[in-house]
Design a protein around this ligand. Structure first.
Ligand code: PRX
Length: 667
């Protein structure tokens, strides 16, 4: 290992290719940043030796380790059995009865602070600020829990939550968790069709939404999208509507209920029921390789222990921290590291409603300065946007309250890592690059900021109880620095239990590629120091601005446009977004390519799925390159989209002239 003198680095961005199953990883980084001594001195885990001793114990005696960790939390009934594992079925903490909302709220109110500590510090986009102490958050959650029960919601029922980043969204999640209703949060950026598909699949009985959400000074209507979605979702009986932006929205008598009329009148006390450790907690939809989103199911006890332990150790949470994770509650990061992990750990969490560049590109830094944020967790796509907007915006603010930075969602390129460290972290804050997934529930590979020396671009070492491996195509172990498939050997408490309504797809997707092992879908390598370098997805799932999207889902949206016959979507490197989306489209007979049609197709995707999935480029083609068995050769399209000549094997191509024609169509 070399130390942090900036010497000896070699560049080439990491590349993952699904080409005949090979993964190429060409990046080599040699800078090393040990934990700053002042940080390590006060850290929960303050040395490499401490980490290693705990890690060793966690893999040698997982049951003892996890029983001990679980016992730090509140159980009505302690678990009888820590684990049963028959891949792909894991059960954790069987016989135990607990309540996640109780652990996030009541436990702190009955604890030494008396619940007077701030749980949430909220800033709306218009600038309104509201603080909720643990005591107040418990009261709000209890009111809503009572209201949901009065509306007929029972344990096991599904509740859709389609909201922006306001405290009520967090209250909604906690109230569901409290009564044992299974929430499915649908990102507020999704359009009505995507909302409909998710509510239908989950069989939701009730939806919680808001009139509109503030975004770049505009009130974006959410209730109206729910109204459109519900035309085709018969299972939904009630809609609870928070008034946030104060815009008019239609209320359907007998179905729609105003939150401020109903919830405010409910008692502020609610007794949390004792729920089984494996009681379903939430379904979160994520993209797979087919058009149909996957409903990832997480359950109560294991998820609670996993998110609590990682929030405490990876973010080194202390009583006086103000912790800010910029993720939206519509994604797993919002679930695990805005809501459940940090609240279970008793942290004070900053919640910001709006856009990072509204009213100006320094909004985030102004928030950090005014509120005194000490831990800041965001995504590489945001960091690259900050870089592009210019250093002058963070420079205008005093960021000295920051002590720790985090990154999640996609590989962080070393340039962005170094910029983050220097400009935001003042060369003083450790950076935790956290690798995990919707399915893993909590962070699995990441540095511990007081213990692990970091290398820009590496998520470093496995966390407690996690045994990641890098395998070759044939299932043998890849050597040091050799690219391969990232798998996890053995279960961990916060792992997804199944895909909602489709256990076979769960097995097939995650446990069939390498039988008995969890297949992540990512390519990675491990270097000679044992550090992991994740290079990205190896299947037909793209990661755009930190959002994981199945190309098939976007393709089916494009094909639903009346002018389109066929579509293939690929990603290409983009300096700002990490990956940009390029759609290759063939038109139906009688349709002619035009700039207007390009625009209409892109707009159609935004309408069907949401703006974030809008293709950056639409290219028309007479035909798409296909194998003889009719499979679209995305590898070729990916190379074309990136502006390079297809280099690989084209012998399986059905009609070689298709390629030449494709090259001619310029954007
Ligand atoms: O490809 C990996 C990438 O994001 C995928 C998971 O996406 P999602 O389920 O939406 O969850 C995102 C937030 C946890 C992974 O399979 N990914 C996530 N974090 C990292 C990452 N790639 C590299 N480094 C990371 N730190």
């Amino acid at each position: 290992m070399r130390s942090a003198d900036g010497a000896g680095r070699k560049y080439a961005r990491p590349v993952a290719m699904a080409q005949a199953g090979t993964i190429e990883s060409v990046y080599r980084e040699q800078r090393l940043f040990p934990p700053p001594p002042q940080f390590a001195e006060r850290a929960r885990i303050g040395s490499r030796e401490h980490y290693e001793a705990m890690y060793r114990r966690s893999v040698e005696d997982p049951e003892g380790f996890w029983r001990e960790q679980a016992s730090e939390l509140f159980w009505f009934e302690p678990p009888a059995r820590v684990l049963s594992w028959d891949p792909p079925v894991a059960r954790w903490f069987d016989g135990g009865r607990t309540n996640l909302a109780y652990n996030c709220l009541d436990r702190h109110v009955t604890g030494p602070s008396g619940g007077h500590k701030a749980a949430l510090v909220f800033e709306g986009e218009p600038g309104d600020v509201r603080t909720l102490t643990y005591r107040q958050l418990l009261a709000e959650t209890s009111r809503l829990a009572n209201a949901l029960e009065a509306l007929g919601v029972r344990a096991g029922d599904r509740v859709g939550i389609y909201m922006g980043m306001i405290p009520e969204a967090i209250v909604a999640m906690l109230a569901c968790a409290r009564i044992g209703a299974v929430h499915t949060v649908i990102f507020g950026g999704f359009a009505a069709e995507a909302v409909r598909d998710r509510l239908l699949d989950a069989g939701a009985r009730l939806v919680i939404t808001q009139d509109a959400a503030w975004r770049r000074g505009r009130a974006v209507p959410l209730k109206a999208q729910v109204d459109r979605a519900l035309q085709a979702v018969p299972s939904v009986e009630r809609v609870l509507v928070v008034r946030r932006a104060g815009v008019d929205c239609a209320m359907q008598p007998g179905r729609d209920v105003a939150w401020d009329e109903m919830v405010a009148t409910m008692p502020a006390r609610h007794t949390a029921p004792a729920l089984e450790a494996e009681h379903p907690l939430f379904i979160l939809y994520t993209s797979g390789t087919t058009g149909k989103p996957k409903g990832v199911l997480h359950t109560t006890g294991g998820y609670m222990v996993g998110t609590w332990l990682t929030a405490r150790t990876v973010f080194d949470l202390r009583d006086d921290d103000l912790y800010w994770c910029t993720a939206d509650v519509g994604w797993i990061t919002g679930h695990s590291y805005v809501v459940y992990g940090p609240l279970a750990a008793g942290a004070t969490v900053l919640v910001y409603e709006g856009a990072p560049d509204y009213p100006a590109p320094d909004r985030f830094w102004s928030l950090v300065e005014r509120h005194g944020v000490s831990i800041f967790y965001t995504a590489p796509t945001a960091i690259r946007a900050f870089m592009r907007w210019g250093e002058e915006h963070p420079r205008r603010h005093d960021l000295s309250s920051l002590r720790l930075l985090g990154s999640v969602g996609e590989p962080i390129n070393p340039e962005a890592w170094m910029w983050y460290r220097r400009v935001i972290g003042g060369d003083r804050c450790p950076i935790v690059d956290t690798w995990w997934q919707t399915e893993t529930g909590s962070i699995l590979i990441a540095p511990l900021p007081g213990a692990t020396a970091t290398k820009p671009g590496s998520c470093t070492l496995p966390l407690f109880g996690v045994r990641p491996r890098v395998l070759r195509e044939d299932g043998t172990e890849a050597g040091p620095d050799e690219g391969g498939y990232l798998v996890i050997d053995g279960p961990w408490p916060s792992m997804a239990r199944t895909l909602w309504g489709d256990p076979e797809r769960f097995r097939q997707q995650y446990f069939s590629r390498f039988p008995g092992l969890y297949f992540t879908g990512d390519g990675a390598r491990r270097d000679a120091d044992g550090y992991f370098w994740v290079v990205g997805r190896i299947d037909d799932v793209v990661n755009v601005s930190g959002h994981r999207i199945g190309t098939a889902e976007i393709e089916s949206a494009i094909v639903s446009h009346p002018a389109v016959a066929e579509a293939a979507v690929v990603d290409r490197p983009d300096p700002l977004k990490g990956q940009a989306l390029v759609a290759f489209v063939t038109l139906r007979a009688g349709q002619t390519p035009s700039p207007q049609l390009r625009e209409a197709i892109a707009a159609h995707v935004a309408e069907q799925i949401g703006k974030f999935a809008r293709p950056d480029v639409v290219r028309f083609a007479d035909a798409l390159p296909k194998t003889r068995s009719g499979k679209i050769m995305r590898r070729l399209l990916r190379e074309l989209a990136a502006g390079s000549e297809p280099r690989g094997d084209v012998t399986t191509l059905e009609d070689v002239s298709v390629l030449a024609a494709l090259r001619q169509d310029e954007e």
